[in-house]
Design a protein around this ligand. Structure first.
Ligand SMILES: Nc1ncnc2c1ncn2[C@@H]1O[C@H](COP(=O)(O)OP(=O)(O)O)[C@@H](O)[C@H]1O
Ligand SMILES: [Mg+2]
Length: 368
Protein backbone atom coordinates (compact mmCIF):
# COMPACT_ATOMS: atom_id res chain seq x y z
CA UNK A 1 0.00 0.00 0.00
CA UNK A 2 1.58 3.27 -1.00
CA UNK A 3 1.70 6.54 0.80
CA UNK A 4 1.94 9.59 -1.45
CA UNK A 5 3.95 12.68 -0.71
CA UNK A 6 4.02 15.90 -2.70
CA UNK A 7 6.80 18.34 -1.90
CA UNK A 8 6.63 21.92 -3.16
CA UNK A 9 4.84 21.02 -6.36
CA UNK A 10 4.24 23.93 -8.75
CA UNK A 11 2.81 24.03 -12.25
CA UNK A 12 2.05 27.01 -14.44
CA UNK A 13 0.28 27.23 -17.77
CA UNK A 14 -0.20 29.97 -20.37
CA UNK A 15 3.37 31.29 -20.36
CA UNK A 16 3.35 31.30 -16.58
CA UNK A 17 0.18 33.35 -16.17
CA UNK A 18 -2.04 30.55 -14.88
CA UNK A 19 -0.91 28.98 -11.62
CA UNK A 20 -2.49 25.52 -11.50
CA UNK A 21 -0.37 24.29 -8.59
CA UNK A 22 1.33 26.68 -6.20
CA UNK A 23 3.94 25.07 -3.92
CA UNK A 24 1.70 22.20 -2.93
CA UNK A 25 2.75 20.04 0.00
CA UNK A 26 0.60 17.03 0.83
CA UNK A 27 0.99 13.72 2.58
CA UNK A 28 -1.50 10.95 1.95
CA UNK A 29 -1.28 7.88 4.13
CA UNK A 30 -1.34 4.19 3.29
CA UNK A 31 -4.85 2.95 2.64
CA UNK A 32 -6.36 6.37 3.08
CA UNK A 33 -9.42 7.62 1.21
CA UNK A 34 -8.22 11.15 0.55
CA UNK A 35 -10.19 13.83 -1.25
CA UNK A 36 -9.09 17.06 -2.86
CA UNK A 37 -12.01 19.48 -2.79
CA UNK A 38 -12.20 22.87 -4.43
CA UNK A 39 -14.05 24.99 -6.95
CA UNK A 40 -13.72 24.30 -10.64
CA UNK A 41 -10.42 25.52 -12.10
CA UNK A 42 -8.50 25.53 -8.79
CA UNK A 43 -6.01 22.90 -9.99
CA UNK A 44 -7.37 19.59 -8.74
CA UNK A 45 -7.01 17.66 -12.00
CA UNK A 46 -3.53 19.07 -12.54
CA UNK A 47 -2.42 17.64 -9.19
CA UNK A 48 -3.81 14.20 -10.02
CA UNK A 49 -2.16 14.25 -13.45
CA UNK A 50 1.15 15.14 -11.84
CA UNK A 51 0.87 12.13 -9.51
CA UNK A 52 -0.12 9.89 -12.43
CA UNK A 53 2.76 11.15 -14.56
CA UNK A 54 0.55 12.63 -17.30
CA UNK A 55 1.76 16.14 -16.50
CA UNK A 56 5.29 17.09 -15.45
CA UNK A 57 5.53 19.61 -12.60
CA UNK A 58 7.68 22.72 -13.11
CA UNK A 59 9.04 22.25 -9.63
CA UNK A 60 8.78 19.86 -6.74
CA UNK A 61 8.92 16.16 -6.00
CA UNK A 62 6.41 13.33 -6.07
CA UNK A 63 7.05 10.34 -3.80
CA UNK A 64 5.02 7.14 -3.83
CA UNK A 65 5.81 4.53 -1.20
CA UNK A 66 8.83 6.58 -0.17
CA UNK A 67 10.34 6.51 -3.67
CA UNK A 68 10.91 9.62 -5.78
CA UNK A 69 8.99 9.00 -9.00
CA UNK A 70 9.39 12.26 -10.94
CA UNK A 71 11.30 10.44 -13.66
CA UNK A 72 9.39 7.17 -13.61
CA UNK A 73 7.32 6.84 -16.81
CA UNK A 74 3.52 6.50 -16.58
CA UNK A 75 3.37 2.83 -17.47
CA UNK A 76 5.78 1.93 -14.69
CA UNK A 77 3.94 3.87 -11.97
CA UNK A 78 1.29 1.22 -11.25
CA UNK A 79 -1.31 3.92 -10.78
CA UNK A 80 -4.87 3.67 -12.11
CA UNK A 81 -6.80 6.77 -13.02
CA UNK A 82 -10.58 6.96 -13.42
CA UNK A 83 -12.09 10.01 -15.08
CA UNK A 84 -15.43 11.78 -15.16
CA UNK A 85 -15.65 11.05 -18.86
CA UNK A 86 -15.74 7.33 -18.89
CA UNK A 87 -13.01 5.88 -21.06
CA UNK A 88 -13.96 2.36 -22.04
CA UNK A 89 -12.90 0.70 -25.27
CA UNK A 90 -16.13 0.89 -27.29
CA UNK A 91 -15.29 -2.11 -29.48
CA UNK A 92 -14.62 -4.39 -26.52
CA UNK A 93 -17.30 -5.99 -24.36
CA UNK A 94 -17.42 -5.81 -20.57
CA UNK A 95 -15.20 -8.83 -20.04
CA UNK A 96 -12.61 -7.67 -22.57
CA UNK A 97 -12.54 -4.18 -21.10
CA UNK A 98 -12.00 -5.44 -17.58
CA UNK A 99 -9.50 -8.06 -18.72
CA UNK A 100 -7.49 -5.60 -20.79
CA UNK A 101 -4.61 -5.00 -18.38
CA UNK A 102 -4.16 -8.69 -17.49
CA UNK A 103 -4.13 -9.51 -21.22
CA UNK A 104 -1.49 -6.87 -21.98
CA UNK A 105 0.57 -8.38 -19.16
CA UNK A 106 0.38 -11.73 -20.93
CA UNK A 107 -1.73 -13.54 -18.34
CA UNK A 108 -3.29 -16.57 -20.00
CA UNK A 109 -7.02 -16.70 -20.76
CA UNK A 110 -8.16 -19.10 -18.07
CA UNK A 111 -6.67 -17.07 -15.26
CA UNK A 112 -7.88 -13.83 -16.85
CA UNK A 113 -11.46 -15.04 -16.81
CA UNK A 114 -11.07 -15.83 -13.12
CA UNK A 115 -9.71 -12.38 -12.32
CA UNK A 116 -12.58 -10.73 -14.18
CA UNK A 117 -15.14 -12.95 -12.43
CA UNK A 118 -13.75 -12.05 -9.02
CA UNK A 119 -13.86 -8.35 -9.69
CA UNK A 120 -17.35 -8.51 -11.16
CA UNK A 121 -18.65 -10.24 -8.04
CA UNK A 122 -16.82 -7.88 -5.71
CA UNK A 123 -18.33 -4.90 -7.48
CA UNK A 124 -21.75 -6.58 -7.44
CA UNK A 125 -21.88 -5.94 -11.16
CA UNK A 126 -25.00 -7.53 -12.51
CA UNK A 127 -24.40 -7.26 -16.21
CA UNK A 128 -23.81 -9.52 -19.15
CA UNK A 129 -20.09 -9.84 -19.65
CA UNK A 130 -20.72 -9.84 -23.40
CA UNK A 131 -22.46 -6.44 -23.39
CA UNK A 132 -20.73 -3.53 -25.12
CA UNK A 133 -20.28 -0.20 -23.30
CA UNK A 134 -22.97 1.61 -25.30
CA UNK A 135 -25.57 -0.95 -24.14
CA UNK A 136 -24.95 0.01 -20.50
CA UNK A 137 -26.22 2.86 -18.33
CA UNK A 138 -23.65 5.49 -17.38
CA UNK A 139 -23.56 4.19 -13.82
CA UNK A 140 -22.80 0.68 -15.06
CA UNK A 141 -20.17 2.02 -17.46
CA UNK A 142 -18.42 3.79 -14.62
CA UNK A 143 -18.48 0.59 -12.57
CA UNK A 144 -16.86 -1.24 -15.48
CA UNK A 145 -14.15 1.39 -15.69
CA UNK A 146 -13.54 0.94 -11.97
CA UNK A 147 -13.41 -2.80 -12.50
CA UNK A 148 -10.87 -2.26 -15.25
CA UNK A 149 -8.76 -0.12 -12.93
CA UNK A 150 -8.91 -2.81 -10.24
CA UNK A 151 -7.87 -5.49 -12.73
CA UNK A 152 -4.68 -3.57 -13.44
CA UNK A 153 -3.66 -4.59 -9.90
CA UNK A 154 -2.69 -1.12 -8.97
CA UNK A 155 -2.56 -0.10 -5.35
CA UNK A 156 -3.09 3.61 -5.94
CA UNK A 157 -6.35 4.90 -7.38
CA UNK A 158 -6.65 8.41 -8.72
CA UNK A 159 -10.30 9.33 -9.22
CA UNK A 160 -11.00 12.56 -11.10
CA UNK A 161 -14.65 13.55 -10.50
CA UNK A 162 -15.63 9.92 -11.15
CA UNK A 163 -19.25 10.47 -10.14
CA UNK A 164 -19.94 13.91 -11.56
CA UNK A 165 -21.45 12.78 -14.85
CA UNK A 166 -23.94 10.40 -13.22
CA UNK A 167 -27.58 10.86 -12.13
CA UNK A 168 -27.90 11.97 -8.54
CA UNK A 169 -29.37 8.65 -7.37
CA UNK A 170 -26.63 6.56 -8.99
CA UNK A 171 -24.07 9.04 -7.76
CA UNK A 172 -25.15 8.53 -4.14
CA UNK A 173 -25.12 4.77 -4.48
CA UNK A 174 -21.70 4.62 -6.14
CA UNK A 175 -20.27 6.96 -3.51
CA UNK A 176 -20.60 4.33 -0.81
CA UNK A 177 -19.57 1.52 -3.17
CA UNK A 178 -16.39 3.37 -4.02
CA UNK A 179 -15.38 3.82 -0.41
CA UNK A 180 -16.26 0.24 0.49
CA UNK A 181 -14.23 -1.03 -2.44
CA UNK A 182 -11.14 1.00 -1.64
CA UNK A 183 -11.26 -0.17 1.97
CA UNK A 184 -11.86 -3.79 0.96
CA UNK A 185 -8.98 -3.79 -1.50
CA UNK A 186 -6.77 -2.00 1.00
CA UNK A 187 -5.58 0.45 -1.63
CA UNK A 188 -4.96 4.19 -1.39
CA UNK A 189 -7.43 6.49 -3.15
CA UNK A 190 -7.09 10.13 -4.09
CA UNK A 191 -10.46 11.44 -5.19
CA UNK A 192 -10.98 14.86 -6.72
CA UNK A 193 -14.34 16.61 -6.58
CA UNK A 194 -16.01 20.01 -6.40
CA UNK A 195 -18.99 18.46 -4.55
CA UNK A 196 -18.60 19.18 -0.83
CA UNK A 197 -21.25 16.71 0.26
CA UNK A 198 -19.57 13.93 -1.71
CA UNK A 199 -16.22 14.81 -0.13
CA UNK A 200 -17.70 14.88 3.38
CA UNK A 201 -19.39 11.50 3.11
CA UNK A 202 -16.66 9.53 1.37
CA UNK A 203 -13.34 10.71 2.81
CA UNK A 204 -11.02 9.91 5.67
CA UNK A 205 -9.43 13.31 5.12
CA UNK A 206 -10.06 16.24 2.82
CA UNK A 207 -7.70 18.86 1.40
CA UNK A 208 -9.40 22.15 0.55
CA UNK A 209 -7.88 23.75 -2.53
CA UNK A 210 -8.18 27.27 -3.96
CA UNK A 211 -6.17 28.95 -6.74
CA UNK A 212 -3.58 26.17 -6.92
CA UNK A 213 -2.99 26.22 -3.18
CA UNK A 214 -3.91 23.76 -0.45
CA UNK A 215 -5.78 25.89 2.07
CA UNK A 216 -6.43 23.35 4.78
CA UNK A 217 -6.35 19.57 5.42
CA UNK A 218 -8.44 17.66 7.95
CA UNK A 219 -11.08 15.02 8.61
CA UNK A 220 -14.64 15.93 7.51
CA UNK A 221 -15.65 16.59 11.14
CA UNK A 222 -12.58 18.71 11.88
CA UNK A 223 -13.12 20.86 8.81
CA UNK A 224 -16.86 21.19 9.33
CA UNK A 225 -16.85 22.04 13.04
CA UNK A 226 -13.52 23.78 13.37
CA UNK A 227 -12.53 25.34 10.05
CA UNK A 228 -9.37 27.41 10.34
CA UNK A 229 -10.13 29.59 7.33
CA UNK A 230 -13.14 31.55 6.11
CA UNK A 231 -12.85 29.84 2.74
CA UNK A 232 -13.21 26.35 4.24
CA UNK A 233 -16.07 27.48 6.49
CA UNK A 234 -17.86 28.85 3.46
CA UNK A 235 -17.12 26.04 1.03
CA UNK A 236 -18.11 23.15 3.34
CA UNK A 237 -21.81 23.27 4.18
CA UNK A 238 -23.68 26.47 4.92
CA UNK A 239 -22.36 29.17 7.21
CA UNK A 240 -23.59 32.56 8.42
CA UNK A 241 -20.96 35.31 8.54
CA UNK A 242 -21.05 38.70 10.31
CA UNK A 243 -18.42 41.39 10.52
CA UNK A 244 -17.63 42.50 14.05
CA UNK A 245 -15.19 43.88 16.57
CA UNK A 246 -13.96 42.32 19.79
CA UNK A 247 -15.11 44.45 22.74
CA UNK A 248 -14.03 42.39 25.71
CA UNK A 249 -11.67 39.45 25.98
CA UNK A 250 -10.95 37.24 28.97
CA UNK A 251 -9.86 33.72 29.88
CA UNK A 252 -13.40 32.42 29.36
CA UNK A 253 -14.02 33.88 25.93
CA UNK A 254 -14.75 37.19 24.29
CA UNK A 255 -17.62 39.50 23.38
CA UNK A 256 -17.98 40.62 19.79
CA UNK A 257 -19.99 43.63 18.71
CA UNK A 258 -21.69 43.20 15.36
CA UNK A 259 -23.86 45.56 13.31
CA UNK A 260 -26.29 47.78 15.24
CA UNK A 261 -24.30 47.53 18.46
CA UNK A 262 -25.51 43.97 19.11
CA UNK A 263 -23.11 42.05 21.34
CA UNK A 264 -22.47 38.34 20.95
CA UNK A 265 -20.70 36.35 23.64
CA UNK A 266 -18.32 33.58 22.46
CA UNK A 267 -16.10 30.91 24.01
CA UNK A 268 -13.20 31.93 21.79
CA UNK A 269 -10.12 32.77 23.82
CA UNK A 270 -6.98 34.69 23.06
CA UNK A 271 -8.52 37.50 21.00
CA UNK A 272 -7.47 41.10 21.44
CA UNK A 273 -9.90 43.84 22.39
CA UNK A 274 -10.72 46.08 19.40
CA UNK A 275 -9.58 43.39 16.96
CA UNK A 276 -11.64 43.33 13.78
CA UNK A 277 -13.10 39.85 13.22
CA UNK A 278 -15.56 37.80 11.19
CA UNK A 279 -18.05 35.93 13.33
CA UNK A 280 -19.49 32.69 11.95
CA UNK A 281 -22.16 30.21 13.01
CA UNK A 282 -23.78 27.30 11.17
CA UNK A 283 -27.55 27.44 10.51
CA UNK A 284 -28.28 24.30 12.55
CA UNK A 285 -26.74 25.79 15.70
CA UNK A 286 -28.97 28.88 15.82
CA UNK A 287 -32.02 28.20 17.99
CA UNK A 288 -35.38 29.75 17.18
CA UNK A 289 -38.21 30.30 19.62
CA UNK A 290 -41.41 32.35 19.71
CA UNK A 291 -40.95 33.17 23.35
CA UNK A 292 -38.08 34.85 25.09
CA UNK A 293 -36.18 32.27 27.14
CA UNK A 294 -34.09 33.78 29.96
CA UNK A 295 -31.74 30.75 29.99
CA UNK A 296 -30.61 31.17 26.40
CA UNK A 297 -27.53 33.25 25.65
CA UNK A 298 -27.09 35.79 22.86
CA UNK A 299 -30.78 36.14 22.09
CA UNK A 300 -31.61 38.53 19.25
CA UNK A 301 -35.10 39.44 18.14
CA UNK A 302 -36.03 39.08 14.52
CA UNK A 303 -38.64 37.93 12.07
CA UNK A 304 -39.01 35.16 9.54
CA UNK A 305 -38.63 36.53 6.03
CA UNK A 306 -38.35 33.38 3.92
CA UNK A 307 -38.76 29.65 4.23
CA UNK A 308 -37.15 26.79 2.25
CA UNK A 309 -38.62 23.38 2.80
CA UNK A 310 -36.25 20.44 2.23
CA UNK A 311 -38.37 17.52 3.51
CA UNK A 312 -36.97 16.66 6.89
CA UNK A 313 -35.65 20.16 7.61
CA UNK A 314 -36.62 23.75 6.96
CA UNK A 315 -34.24 26.60 6.24
CA UNK A 316 -35.55 29.91 7.53
CA UNK A 317 -34.12 33.22 6.53
CA UNK A 318 -34.41 35.40 9.62
CA UNK A 319 -34.00 39.16 9.58
CA UNK A 320 -32.52 40.21 12.93
CA UNK A 321 -33.37 43.51 14.59
CA UNK A 322 -29.96 44.90 13.66
CA UNK A 323 -30.78 44.40 9.99
CA UNK A 324 -28.57 41.34 9.46
CA UNK A 325 -30.08 38.29 7.78
CA UNK A 326 -29.14 34.78 8.89
CA UNK A 327 -30.09 31.30 7.78
CA UNK A 328 -31.28 28.79 10.33
CA UNK A 329 -31.98 25.09 9.95
CA UNK A 330 -34.81 23.60 11.98
CA UNK A 331 -36.58 20.27 12.07
CA UNK A 332 -39.68 20.38 9.90
CA UNK A 333 -42.08 19.77 12.78
CA UNK A 334 -41.50 23.35 13.94
CA UNK A 335 -43.28 25.49 11.39
CA UNK A 336 -43.12 29.26 11.33
CA UNK A 337 -44.79 31.58 8.86
CA UNK A 338 -43.31 34.44 6.91
CA UNK A 339 -43.50 37.55 9.07
CA UNK A 340 -43.57 35.64 12.40
CA UNK A 341 -41.73 37.40 15.20
CA UNK A 342 -38.95 35.19 16.49
CA UNK A 343 -36.14 35.06 19.05
CA UNK A 344 -32.91 33.67 17.64
CA UNK A 345 -30.23 32.54 20.06
CA UNK A 346 -26.59 32.00 19.21
CA UNK A 347 -25.07 29.45 21.64
CA UNK A 348 -21.59 30.82 22.55
CA UNK A 349 -19.94 27.39 22.13
CA UNK A 350 -20.88 27.26 18.43
CA UNK A 351 -19.71 30.74 17.52
CA UNK A 352 -16.46 30.71 15.52
CA UNK A 353 -14.21 33.73 14.94
CA UNK A 354 -11.82 34.49 12.12
CA UNK A 355 -9.34 37.28 11.69
CA UNK A 356 -10.84 39.91 9.38
CA UNK A 357 -9.38 39.23 5.91
CA UNK A 358 -7.04 41.86 4.48
CA UNK A 359 -8.96 42.14 1.24
CA UNK A 360 -12.40 42.20 2.86
CA UNK A 361 -14.98 39.54 3.59
CA UNK A 362 -16.67 39.59 0.21
CA UNK A 363 -13.45 38.89 -1.69
CA UNK A 364 -12.62 36.08 0.73
CA UNK A 365 -15.99 34.43 0.12
CA UNK A 366 -15.78 34.54 -3.67
CA UNK A 367 -15.06 31.18 -5.24
CA UNK A 368 -13.33 32.58 -8.34
N1 LIG B 1 -3.14 21.85 -20.54
C1 LIG B 1 -3.46 23.06 -20.07
N2 LIG B 1 -3.12 24.18 -20.74
C2 LIG B 1 -3.41 25.41 -20.27
N3 LIG B 1 -4.07 25.63 -19.12
C3 LIG B 1 -4.46 24.56 -18.40
C4 LIG B 1 -4.18 23.22 -18.83
N4 LIG B 1 -4.67 22.37 -17.91
C5 LIG B 1 -5.26 23.13 -16.95
N5 LIG B 1 -5.11 24.44 -17.23
C6 LIG B 1 -5.58 25.57 -16.39
O1 LIG B 1 -5.06 25.38 -15.09
C7 LIG B 1 -6.03 25.70 -14.10
C8 LIG B 1 -6.34 24.50 -13.25
O2 LIG B 1 -6.98 23.51 -14.05
P1 LIG B 1 -7.47 22.10 -13.50
O3 LIG B 1 -6.33 21.43 -12.83
O4 LIG B 1 -8.10 21.38 -14.63
O5 LIG B 1 -8.55 22.53 -12.42
P2 LIG B 1 -9.76 21.70 -11.77
O6 LIG B 1 -9.55 20.26 -12.06
O7 LIG B 1 -9.71 22.04 -10.32
O8 LIG B 1 -11.02 22.22 -12.39
C9 LIG B 1 -7.25 26.24 -14.86
O9 LIG B 1 -7.16 27.63 -14.94
C10 LIG B 1 -7.09 25.60 -16.23
O10 LIG B 1 -7.70 26.38 -17.21
MG1 LIG C 1 -10.81 18.89 -13.07
Amino acid sequence: MPDVKLVNISKRYGKGKIIAADKVNLEIKDGEYFTILGPSGCGKSTLLKIIAGIVKPDEGEVYVGGKLINDVPIEERRIAMVFQNILLFPHMNVEENIGYAPRVKGIERERRVKIVEEIVSMLKLTLRSTAFPDELSRGAQQKVSLARAIASETNLFLLDEPLSALDSRVRLELRYELRRLVKELGVTAIHVTHDQEEAMSISDRIAIMKHGKIIEVGSPVELYLGPRTIFTAHFLGKMNFMEGMVRESSGGGCVVEVSGGVRIRTKVRGRLARERVVLAIRPEFIKLSQTMNENEKNVIEGKIVEKFYTGSYIYYKVKLENGIEVFTLTEAEKMYKDGDKIYASFPPEYVILFKYPEEGLEKELSLE
